[in-house]
Design a protein around this ligand. Structure first.
Ligand code: SF4
Length: 309
């Protein structure tokens, strides 16, 4: 069931997920389209997530936005108002880390992630929740996967100390799977859609960024069943529940929205295994111990064992 409407307020609104925003020129959504989007969300009972650019909006936009209950997604800029979701880039790792009240998103390339494990380990305890988004994960090699596993091990060690001390910062790559007993995918096109500054609807911001001609009719999404988990032959059997099951990456890498690339699967399984180890490490010692059980697997790529299901 559809639950969220993402509204990109400007062409330069911050990117908070896998796809970079290629737009450099400001183009604010027109007031009529914004009003229509808000009305649509009200009629469909959708929670709106407004995604902001790095400049202050005109007062009439702020007034209109404030007419409806919503969440704010903003990039982090000095002096910026607090947001429900604040998006950081690697520059946050170099300076004084602002304490994030809500969800912090840190977008990094693989190389930036591998080079900055220590710095991430330092900011992690200051965050309530940190979502790391690796922006080029679809090109990960087997060699890089070993580095990725080492990164997760390093961050798991930080989290273990925090848990044993009675604190519970969350890191999407490790703690989500420890809390989940069912899939928690992105579900673009099934639970959320996006209104872009051109007044058209898209499955998610990435579909707008990569091709503005890829718009959808929100009332009649073509072949919507292909976006759903029950039509994803590999994913519906998988218990790497923390995986985003990114349909944009799926289409980019396999040309099918419901078929993940090998890279997406092995990364998700590497995270699952690191979560399993972390859970085992804190079991019986931490103040808070999730009830979830994570079984040990003898494979990293579910495609290799598909006949065993
Ligand atoms: S499909 Fe979901 S996970 Fe993938 S880029 Fe779009 S919003 Fe992000």
């Amino acid at each position: 069931m559809m639950q969220y409407l993402v509204i990109l307020l400007d062409d330069t609104s911050v990117s908070y997920c896998h796809c970079d925003n290629p737009h450099k020129e400001r183009r604010l959504i027109c007031l009529d389209d914004l009003r229509a989007g808000i009305l649509y969300a009200m009629k469909q009972n959708l929670m709106i997530q407004f995604v902001y650019p790095d400049y202050e909006l005109p007062q009439e936009y702020i007034d209109l936005i404030d007419t409806i209950d919503h969440h704010d997604i903003r990039g982090w800029y000095a002096g910026e108002a607090p947001a429900d979701v604040t998006v950081f880039d690697k520059s946050v790792l170099a300076g004084e880390t602002p304490v994030s009240q809500g969800v912090a998103v840190l977008r990094l390339t693989k190389a930036e992630l591998f080079e900055n494990v220590e710095a991430i380990g330092k900011i992690l305890p200051k965050m309530q929740r940190l979502n790391i988004v690796v922006t080029d994960i679809e090109t990960i090699t087997d060699e890089e996967l070993k580095s990725y596993a080492a990164v997760l091990e390093g961050l798991a060690s930080v989290l273990k100390d925090e848990y044993l001390a009675g604190r519970m910062p969350q890191l999407n790559l490790l703690t989500d799977r420890m809390m989940l007993d069912r899939p928690n995918h992105c579900n673009a096109g099934v639970e959320n859609i996006t209104l872009a500054p051109n007044g058209k609807y898209y499955l998610c911001p990435a579909f707008y960024y990569s091709n503005p001609d890829d718009s959808i009719d929100p009332q009649d999404i073509r072949n919507q069943q292909l976006l759903r988990l029950d039509h994803a032959p590999l994913c519906r059997h998988c218990d790497a529940y923390q995986c985003r099951r990114c349909i944009w990456l799926n289409r980019k890498t396999t040309l099918e929205v419901n078929t993940p690339s090998r890279e997406q699967c092995i990364v998700a399984h590497t995270e699952r295994e690191a979560s399993r180890r972390l859970l085992a490490a804190i079991r019986e010692q931490a103040v808070f111990i999730p009830e979830v059980e994570i079984k040990e697997l003898n494979y990293n790529d579910p495609f290799e064992v598909r006949k065993e299901w």
